[in-house]
Design a protein around this ligand. Sequence first.
Ligand code: PMP
Length: 407
Amino acid sequence: PTAFDVQRVREDFPLLSRSVHGKPLIYLDNANTSQKPLSVIRAVDEHYRMHNANVSRAVHLVGEEATAAYEGARDRLARFINATSRNELILTSGTTQAANLVAYSFAMPKLQPGDAIVTTVMEHHANIVPWQIIAQRTGATVKAAPIDERGELIVEKFFELLTPEVKLACVGHVSNVLGTVNPIRELARECRKRGIPLFVDGSQAVPHRPVDVQALGCDFYALTGHKMLAPTGTGALWARKEHLQAMPPFFGGGEMIREVSFSGTTFAEPPHRFEAGTPNIAGFAGVTAAIDYYESIGFDAIHAWEQQLLTYATDRLRDIPGLRIIGEAREKEPVISFLIDGAQATDLATLLDLQGVAVRSGHHCAHPLMQFFGVPATLRASLAFYNTREEIDAFVTALLKVRSLLM
Ligand code: PMP
């Protein structure tokens, strides 16, 4: 029995009822970006119709409303991930900006030649490349903890890498390719014992499960709005207060200063110290609506349904001869990467599109992970709570059809 009515939920997402190439759209590219409910679309529209002004600068009423919308999203996000204070939330354009902020402002000043940053083989490039850039500049190195054939982090090997010269550890909460859920609490506990701060890329976790940064015990947690029903160009970095207090600004400009003069400029307190320039105010109005939407359904219902879909889809795909699923972790979010013997992933994805099925093919911004599995690319079907069993059936039917065209 499902705790919520998926057909009712689908009515909230206008794009889900469109067709492509004359076929009903089956959108299974949710790990890439989620679709948006009407309430989010309306919040953005309403913002521009009624409340559009810049933040923090104006004393006029509309300016105050815009500021309230933007700062309101900070409050909402802080509660959503259980931060101890709204001032621990820096609003960003997404996870990429959040990771780069940690790289340049927190990590780079600490790095000496011979130091190291530890990450894992399964990371998205956003959780690898910023660390490589600052390592190159400082003479530090980046070490990657290995995973096993199931696509699970080898936790003991990760711990072995946590030596005294490590200044930061960086792990994804959920893999965007494999769906693997990493044991963040356990990793955070070991990092803490050794005095190593832990950065968590929560991009693929936040859309699927309740996140409690205090319970996780990490130091930094990054998320991106567009994968969690909100507009593109929104996101956040949560960081412990003591880190933010000690961090110098990264971007300089308006909104992040206390006083500017040519004899010296002083900076605002966190979080505003890290928010130079005009942010995506309307987008953040959408973030508030997105969180409202999640909470109106509840993660218990979302999780139960998504796990049912994941099991169903995995079982149906396993029945296809020559199909190999990449990543069979014991705890997964609803992401399935796979390959079919004798067919190129991109050819399959192109033909699936003609059948109305949107999946992603390619390396998924995770080259080291592709190298680990020895494949150039995979096909990835990533699910959301608004997907249905009937869509999975139609996807499998389409896959069998396009496979026969290629073989
Ligand atoms: N990390 C992970 C695990 C992701 O899946 C993504 C998005 N594909 C990112 C980081 C980057 O997010 P954004 O592009 O929104 O900054």
